[in-house]
Ligand binder design. Structure first.
Ligand SMILES: C[S@@+](CC[C@H](N)C(=O)[O-])C[C@H]1O[C@@H](n2cnc3c(N)ncnc32)[C@H](O)[C@@H]1O
Length: 248
């Protein structure tokens, strides 16, 4: 077995996605550098759009060591029905995330594949993912968006932060540096707009928008499954593709 394959956990070996068992020990040190110190701000923007204003079931896909998962859990009022699940294919990442649970009720991490979510249909009110979709190739992106649609309740919302088409020279430099450094063709796909195309070819077609753009190459995508849920304003549903220009 090649070295790269040997360093992958059993769960990670079942996916064609780029998994990070080998980086688990260093990830929490490296992630803030790779997001240019913007991680907290990006999480806050994502969470604001999800409107976690009551206890809900929330899924974090490709959660890594769980930083977004923890922020999602912390943002929601505690109560019956409040549940946050983070999944990642890399068992070593999940082991690091699991150590952060420390008795927090309703927070769980599980090793699982995004393309085969171990979740019942319509079992989540909200879903999120940060910097995950540039780890999976186009066919998997589409498959995962179908899974996301399956597990979201009608009216449920999702938010994705990821590398997207660069809109200035700084963004093009950062995005392409990542692509060359990590030799990851999946990053090139995002730069070329294939995440947008996957959304357009998914059940979310016509029900997603770009809520904000950051650092010249990162976009916050907001998605909605069908009609607005009880208590939410239908006028705020994503109607068109691009809601904003760049923002920092
Ligand atoms: C760049 S990390 C992002 C982690 C975290 N969301 C964050 O923002 O720090 C991408 C993660 O996707 C995971 N991954 C790759 N393919 C996957 C798949 N098919 N299913 C679940 N996780 C996967 C990797 O193991 C890795 O932890």
């Amino acid at each position: 077995m090649p070295d790269a394959a040997r360093s992958r956990s059993a769960c990670a070996r079942r996916t064609e996605g780029v998994t990070l068992d080998h980086a688990a020990g260093l990830y929490d040190w490296l992630a803030p550098l790779m997001t240019l110190g913007l991680e907290g701000r990006l999480h806050r923007r994502l969470i604001a759009g999800l409107r976690l204003d009551r206890p809900m079931a929330v899924l974090d896909i490709g959660c890594g060591t769980g930083s977004l998962t923890l922020d999602l859990h912390g943002a929601m009022p505690a109560g019956d029905g409040s549940r946050v699940l983070g999944i990642d294919a890399a068992e070593a990442m999940i082991a690091v995330a699991g150590r952060k649970v420390r008795g927090r009720a309703g927070l769980e991490f599980r090793a699982a594949l995004a393309e085969e979510l171990p979740c019942a249909p319509e079992s989540f009110d909200r879903a999120a993912s940060a910097f995950f979709f540039h780890h999976v190739h186009y066919r998997l992106k589409r498959r995962i968006l179908e899974e996301l649609w399956r597990v979201l309740r009608p009216g449920g919302r999702a938010a994705i932060i990821d590398v997207d088409t660069p809109y200035n020279a700084f963004g093009a430099l950062c995005a392409n540096a990542g692509r060359w450094l990590f030799r990851q063709d999946e990053i090139r796909e995002n730069i070329d707009g294939l995440l947008r195309r996957a959304l357009d070819e998914s059940p979310f077609r016509g029900a997603w928008r770009i809520a904000s753009r950051h650092s010249g190459y990162i976009s916050l995508f907001e998605l909605q499954k069908g009609p607005a849920p009880y208590g939410e304003d239908p006028r705020e549903r994503p109607a068109s593709r691009d809601a904003t220009g760049g923002s920092g």
